[in-house]
Design a protein around this ligand. Structure first.
Ligand code: ADP
Ligand code: ZN
Length: 592
């Protein structure tokens, strides 16, 4: 076994160097230290425990919440020549016994387990007899009730630091919320251990948020020219089904995924996604935990997420390979109002409601941001970007702020004068002086506001209304007919004590793509390598990317190595893969 972390990184994983804070974490753990790693999705958390697992003597235990995730990591490690296995509830008795035999013989370097299995009677006792390299607790936020993925099984891990005081413990999460981090440290006994916090910026993900006016048209525009696989978060089960359906009619390979589907259908959708097929996954947030496919090119949301943490985790599933990726958020005033009502009516305690309201407000501020969206987003995680990012829709086309106090006053007073019983469409008819049946029926043409907003176009009224809802001056009666109801916060506006600045966006459709991933598919060499990889993946029943990433294949195609030595220089080609596939890759290159 190679001795230094750098050698392991190079020879086993085929990488040139550590990224970000990986080196610090790896050296700290190799020397026997514990800690908490906060790194965004795609930041490279796995290597933080995989490298020390190979450097330190003994068996490394990796706690992971999802079977699919464990299986993928184990498959990838085995490709790299690492003795890894998983213990979980879906194993046959015989397979389980084989894993234990390997443990007892000291043949295994990494063991992935679910938290409930690790803390089952007997397991810890048996492990205590073996030399252990470390414990890694992946998705560590699952231990905290403040996190948005609380899993009670994780609570059993709170005894680890007492029972195995000498074994390093590394907790890892992509949740940046400071409160969750504190919880993790307390529950896993890491109060004295260092926290390795990376920047949460994911500069390769382009960010955009657009008011939703014609969902299908907007999504079509976003998907046009969008090569590759992506996820569309649809909000509800029904919407994920219907979205998949019309996307299929449009010629996309679209799949639905939500918790209400039959287990077999869910497995099939998950399998197709995980195997590296090019699909558009139309899903609820039930889809995603444990997805570590590196080449997801886009993530779209059709409605407002509940908070920045969840949204960031969801869009973070795009572009884990570091290549350009896109996130699009479509949202409307109704989403904001609905979320507010849900919080108000939930049975949660006051403190919990306060946290949820703060989360929602932060999310609304991101969606409505008139300044760099990434800066607004990262500020939620306590991070200050030194400059505007240049990689978001706001940076590309900064909105003008115009004083629209008068329009806001007119809209609010139209709502007040009609008894707060009408939705936006009717109020706009009144303001623009349209003599509709409804206007005639209620005699609203006799109101002083009738026709007072002739000069303002309908879409602008919609912007005014949404921004008033975002600011809390208007409420939407989402449970009935979407009536606009002025709140206390509207008073200072009506009295002229406060100005209303409208964010005038020239931009109501999805931004054009200016940064397509260079389509390497035109390159016949790359195509030949992909064909070869597809055959390998099929024969071995593993996802294509655990054999080689697209990037690695593209780099091989570019360099055209003529020998094994040259091939070994390509990032992503480690010793085990060189031995396994080197000759076949060279042959595929020659034959192309
Ligand atoms: P996370 O678990 O933090 O979401 P992963 O551990 O899955 O991220 O890593 C994301 C991607 O980055 C993977 O494809 C991995 O191979 C790659 N990666 C991680 N560290 C390095 C490195 N030091 N050099 C090159 N690629 C890396
Ligand atoms: Zn920006």
């Amino acid at each position: 076994m190679p001795a230094t972390p750098e050698q392991v990184l190079h020879e086993v994983f085929g990488h040139d160097g550590f990224r970000g804070r990986q080196a610090e974490v790896v050296h700290h753990v190799c020397e026997g230290g514990s800690g908490l790693v906060l790194m965004p999705t795609g930041g490279g958390k796995s290597l933080c425990f995989q490298v020390p697992a190979l450097v330190r003597p003994g068996l490394a235990i990796v706690v992971s919440p999802l079977i699919a995730l464990m299986e993928d990591q184990v498959a990838a490690l085995r490709q790299q020549g690492v003795a890894a296995a998983a213990l979980h509830s879906e194993l046959e008795e015989e397979e389980r016994r084989a894993v234990w035999r390997d443990i007892q013989a000291g043949r295994l370097k990494l063991l992935y387990v679910s938290p409930e299995r690790l803390t089952m009677e007997g397991m810890l006792e048996r492990l205590a007899e073996r030399p252990l390299a470390l414990f890694a607790v992946d998705e560590a936020h699952c231990i905290s009730q403040w996190g948005h993925h609380f899993r009670p099984e994780y609570r059993a891990l709170t005894t680890l630091h007492e029972r195995f005081a000498e074994v390093p413990r590394l907790a890892l999460t992509a949740t940046a919320d400071p409160r969750t981090a504190e919880d993790i440290r307390r529950l896993l006994g890491l109060e004295e251990a260092p926290v390795f916090r990376s920047s949460f910026d994911r500069p390769n993900i382009h960010l955009a948020a657009v008011p939703r006016d014609a969902e299908r048209t907007q999504l079509r525009a976003f998907l046009r020219g969008q090569a590759g696989t992506g996820i569309v978060y649809c909000g509800t089960r029904a919407r994920s089904e219907s979205t998949a359906e019309w996307l299929r009619a449009d010629g996309h390979e679209a799949l639905a995924f939500h918790a209400g589907m039959h287990a077999a259908a869910k497995r099939e959708a998950h399998r197709r996604f995980a195997r590296g097929e090019q699909v558009v996954m139309c899903a609820t947030i039930a889809f995603g935990m444990g997805i570590d496919r590196p080449d997801v090119r886009f993530v779209a949301h059709l409605s407002l997420p509940q908070g920045p943490e969840g949204w960031y985790q969801e869009i973070g599933r795009a572009g884990r390979d570091g290549q350009p990726a896109r996130a699009l958020l479509l949202y409307g005033a109704g989403d904001i109002a609905l979320a507010r009502h849900r919080i108000a009516e939930s049975p949660a305690g006051d403190e919990q409601k306060r946290i949820e309201r703060a989360r929602l407000d932060a999310m609304v501020a991101i969606a409505e941001s008139a300044t760099c969206r990434r800066r607004t987003l990262l500020r939620c995680f306590g991070e200050d970007l030194p400059a505007d990012c240049g990689r978001c829709d706001v940076c590309a086309a900064p909105p003008r702020l115009v004083d629209a106090t008068e329009a806001a006053q007119k809209l609010i007073s139209a709502a007040v004068r009609t008894g707060s019983r009408f939705g936006l469409n009717h109020l706009v008819d009144v303001l623009r002086g349209r003599m509709t049946d409804k206007v005639a029926q209620f005699g609203h043409d006799r109101l002083p506001t009738f026709g007072k907003g002739k000069g303002v176009a309908d879409p602008v009224w919609k912007d005014v209304a949404r921004q008033l809802v975002a600011e809390g001056a208007l409420d939407v009666a989402v449970e009935s007919h979407g009536e606009l109801v002025p709140t206390e916060a509207a008073r200072p506006l009506l009295r002229g004590e406060r100005a209303f600045l409208l964010r005038e966006s020239s931009f109501r459709a999805a931004a054009p793509r200016e940064d397509r991933v260079p389509p390497p598919s035109d390159d016949p060499l790359f195509g030949a390598l992909r064909d070869w990889r597809r055959e390998q993946a099929r024969a071995q029943q593993v996802p294509a990317y655990v054999i080689f990433h697209d990037q690695t294949l593209a780099e091989i195609a570019r360099r055209r190595p003529a020998s094994l030595d040259e091939l070994a220089q390509v990032p992503g080609v480690g010793a085990s893969k060189l031995e396994r596939y080197g000759a076949a890759v060279l042959a595929a290159l020659e034959g192309a």
